[in-house]
Structure formats: structure tokens, C-alpha cells
Design a protein around this ligand. Structure first.
Ligand code: CA
Length: 229
């Protein structure tokens, strides 16, 4: 089930702070990737495709602000929420932090409980299925907490891969996903799976969704991939 865990990239140059943060995020059920400087952070974003970034402001060489600015100007990473951490509480810093496109801002020393709540709040907005939200699309309801799916009120039986596929689609109805993007999101980057496997599981998902006679909500987009609706 690793791929349904949201990945948090923690960027912090202080080892003790980085470890405490990583430990607590892992205890909350997140997959954690760590970076100790800005260059590592930018590389990790490209390699690990994180769902959210907790980014320290004061980093050696490339600052947190610069990392944030770079990520927010790129199309592929613009949508990834960034929570900035800073030891400076002056209002002017806060404004600068938000102007670079950071989605939230937490002043050190922060309460871990509060930081966790803010991480979840960002994910509820961008990756609702990963934090146990209930998703609806037409007559399909997916409860990410109980892992139950119904269509027209009738329970559907889905395997774990079909469940993750459907939650990916339901987080962004209408979005066209390529097979490679679905592999990243549903199977995870570290696992080698042939893109044809995606087609097999899409087939199973379609079968489950239409078993009770409903119309097929999944769309095959020739040369591009699949979409819900
Ligand atoms: Ca620092």
C-alpha cells in the first residue's frame, strides 16, 4: 500500500530538527524523503515526486526561498504545496514567504501537532484520498478511510490496485493521466511495472464499476491515457 501514502519531502539542514520532523511524519503514516540543502531538495523533487514539501528557510547556499521560487515557477511542480519553516517571525518575512508562492508558513520553534495539522490541511486540498477524505463523483462514493466504494449506494468490490487507481481518478475528475503517471502514482516509482499492467487494472476497474449495469465513467484518451469523466 506504499503508493497510497503521501510522500513528504523534508528540507532542513539541522540534523536533529530534520530527524525529529521525519520521525514524527513517519509516525503519522507519511513516507518521508529527507534533504539537507537546497540542491538536494531540487533533485529529490525531480526523483521522488513528493506530495508536499516542508522547507526550511535558512539553508546553506541555495536558500529555502530560492527553492520555493524555482519550484513554483515550474509547471510540473507548481501544484506541490510548500510549507515554509522560519526562525524569523517578522511580518515582513511572512509576506516575502507567501509572495514566493509558499502555501503556508510556520515560525520556529513550532509545535509538531500544529505542523502535522497544517501538512494534513494542505493534503486535504491537493491529495484528499491520502488523508482519509470521502470523494464523490456522480453516483460513485469512495471513502478513503474505510476503503469502501459504492456506486448508486451499492458496495463495489475492488482490489487494492483498483482502489488506488480509482482514488487517483476521483481526486481530479477530468484530468487525463498517462500510463507512466498512473504507474508513478499508483504503483510507486521504485517498482518496475510494465505500462501494459496499467491497462489490465483499468480493465478490472471498469468491470467492477459497471458490474451493476451503470455506464462506464472511465474514458480512454487515444495516445494519451485515461480519465474519469
Ligand atoms: Ca536551517
Amino acid at each position: 500500500m506504499a503508493a497510497s501514502q503521501p510522500t513528504v519531502l523534508v528540507v532542513e539542514d539541522e540534523p536533529a530538527q530534520r530527524e525529529v520532523l521525519a520521525y514524527n511524519l513517519e509516525a503519522e503514516g507519511f513516507r518521508v524523503v529527507k534533504a539537507e540543502n537546497g540542491e538536494d531538495a531540487l533533485m529529490s523533487v525531480a526523483e521522488e515526486n513528493p506530495d508536499i514539501i516542508v522547507l526550511d528557510w535558512m539553508l546553506p547556499s541555495v536558500s529555502g526561498i530560492e527553492v520555493c521560487r524555482q519550484l513554483k515557477t515550474r509547471n510540473e511542480t507548481r501544484g506541490v504545496p510548500i510549507i515554509m519553516l522560519s526562525a524569523r517571525s517578522e511580518e515582513v518575512d511572512k509576506v516575502r514567504g507567501l509572495e514566493t508562492g509558499a502555501d503556508d508558513y510556520v515560525v520556529k520553534p513550532y509545535s509538531l501537532v500544529e505542523l502535522m495539522a497544517r501538512v494534513r490541511a494542505q493534503l486535504r486540498r491537493t491529495r484528499p484520498a491520502t488523508v482519509g477524505e470521502r470523494l464523490e463523483y456522480e453516483d460513485i462514493v469512495l471513502d478513503a478511510e474505510t476503503h469502501r466504494v459504492t456506486r448508486g449506494g451499492d458496495p463495489l468490490k475492488l482490489g487494492p490496485t483498483e482502489f488506488r487507481l480509482l482514488s487517483t481518478f476521483m481526486e481530479k475528475p477530468g484530468r487525463v493521466w498517462s500510463r507512466e503517471q498512473l504507474l508513478d502514482r499508483v504503483w510507486g516509482r521504485d517498482i518496475y511495472v510494465d505500462t501494459r499492467t496499467v491497462d489490465v487494472h483499468i480493465g478490472r476497474l471498469r468491470k467492477a464499476l459497471t458490474r451493476q449495469g451503470g455506464s462506464d465513467p472511465l474514458r480512454t484518451v487515444r495516445g494519451a491515457g485515461y480519465a474519469l469523466g
